[in-house]
Write a protein that binds this ligand. Structure first.
Ligand code: 48H
Ligand code: FE2
Length: 259
């Protein structure tokens, strides 16, 4: 006779398994090679690249779902545009596209979910969601960690102290908010230039050019890099975010060799 029932797992064992594996994973993340603040397109791209090169990467994502500004496309019309020179990269990530007007058009939800899946399937990359980075650790003239609180606690405005995660390099991939760069700028009185008017061609170029090390151990990518250096915004075109993530990963690898 066919068996219709599943192997029973008790309520308490479900809880035990989640607590055991989550806390094993987050305890291991207390020290890493790179912490990426923000799981948007530039952060996820950098994470995959660094993980593939053997670096231990931790992504801290404030929201429930990583993916950043990719999900909604433009004005909620869920398509995004990518430059045709990233065709091979999209194929590598198994993201289908159509070619039109000398560019590539991609389903934004598929784009977001593949960026997430490819980053998280990479060995050495771990993501923790509902984690808000609220401050930076600074020791020996370098940024050496992030200070994190649970997003629910932050939203509720409760006075609960945060926790520190140490690392060799921090990438601010928090998009328009440029959270880590702004914290740094406030602490050391280094003014940021803020992002500039919309100009897709200029903005895409700026995003890559502005990707850099802002201070020892603190890197910026994506829209956060444009916030730091006055780069133009560009609307729902994402090649610059991918190239910025790739560049950030390269700069971080070079830096880590020196620390
Ligand atoms: C943890 C945080 C925190 C925090 C924010 O905005 P993103 O998608 O970032 P990028 O730079 O990879 O991509 C930018 C792109 O989405 C975009 O906005 C474009 C192309 N705009 C053009 C235009 O003209 O507007 O992702 C940032 C991620 C998000 O998931 C946030 O939730 C997360 O960072 N985040 N995570 N701690 N304090 N702040
Ligand atoms: Fe945006």
């Amino acid at each position: 006779m066919t068996k219709h029932f599943l192997n029973p797992v008790t309520d308490v064992n479900v809880s035990k398994l989640i607590l055991k594996h989550y806390f094993e994973s987050i305890t291991d993340a207390l020290t890493s090679d790179v912490i990426i603040v923000g799981g948007g397109p530039s952060g996820l791209t950098a994470a995959r690249e660094l993980g593939n090169s053997g670096y231990k990467v931790v992504i801290m994502e404030r929201k429930l779902s990583p993916g950043g500004g990719t999900w909604g496309g433009s004005m909620s019309f869920n398509k995004v545009v990518i430059q045709k020179d990233l065709k091979d990269y999209l194929n590598e990530l198994e993201i289908p596209f159509v070619e039109d007007l000398d560019a590539l058009v991609v389903d934004s939800c598929l784009f977001a979910s593949q960026l997430i899946a490819k980053a998280l399937k990479t060995q050495n990359v771990k993501l923790f969601n509902l984690m808000t980075v609220v401050d930076l650790e600074y020791t020996n003239n370098a940024i050496t960690g992030v200070v994190v609180n649970n997003t629910g606690i932050e939203i509720a405005g409760l006075h609960v102290d945060p926790m520190v995660f140490q690392t060799k390099a921090v990438l601010d991939a928090t998009g328009h908010d440029a959270i880590a760069a702004n914290i740094y700028s406030k602490r050391v009185q280094l003014p940021l230039r803020k992002e500039h008017f919309m100009n897709a061609v200029q903005g895409e170029e700026d995003t890559v050019n502005n990707t850099k090390m802002l201070a020892n151990g603190l890197f910026v990518s994506g829209m956060a890099a444009n916030n730091v250096d006055g780069g133009s915004r560009m609307g729902p075109i994402f090649g610059g975010m991918i190239k910025s993530g790739l560049k950030a990963a390269k700069l971080i690898m070079e830096y880590i060799k020196t620390v």
